[in-house]
Design a protein around this ligand. Sequence first.
Ligand code: HEM
Length: 173
Amino acid sequence: MKKHPLLTRILHWLTAFLVIGLFFSGWYMVDLDYYSQWYQTLPELHFLGGSFLLGLWLWVLIRLFSAKKVIFSEQHKLIEHLTAKWVKGLFYILVSVMVVTGYLMATADGEVLVLFEVIKLPALSHFSASQVDTMGWIHESVSYATMLLLVLHVAGALKHHFVDKDATLKRMI
Ligand code: HEM
């Protein structure tokens, strides 16, 4: 069995962990009470994790577009190969939308965003309240679509592992 390269595996699990963590932190933080001890910290953690993912994501996209060949295992059927390709393609689009809308919203006032009093994130532009509302709506809707896709992706991986008993999942571990 030929495993995926180590860097691919690290990026895969790191981005998976971040996307899932960001989903739950984002979902939880918007309903926090002003008096909660997490009111200030959780959004800062969300922005920090999100900005780290944004950086990683740029690297992932550069790798994607500069890749010479796609490693494809012959153990898969054509339909599985095509489905996986579509799911992956959609992932790239949805996560890109998430990190871009998130970053633009977090820095929408046009000022440098300071996290934990040390980390400084520059603003790219200034946005009006209605533009931020639209970005917020996109951010929220796309986060649900991303989670739905993730469920399909995980179901596919588990099917390969437990039903087909092939090495698809093991190659990524
Ligand atoms: C895949 C990556 C991300 C996921 C899955 C995610 C998930 C979420 C979710 C579920 C919400 C709550 C939406 C709602 O119910 O209104 C949210 C809100 C938010 N996220 Fe993200 N997020 C991601 C990346 C980012 C990034 C990169 C940033 C900024 C650096 C960011 C900044 C924000 C902001 C500003 C809000 C709105 C908070 C508010 O309404 O007060 N997010 N995110």
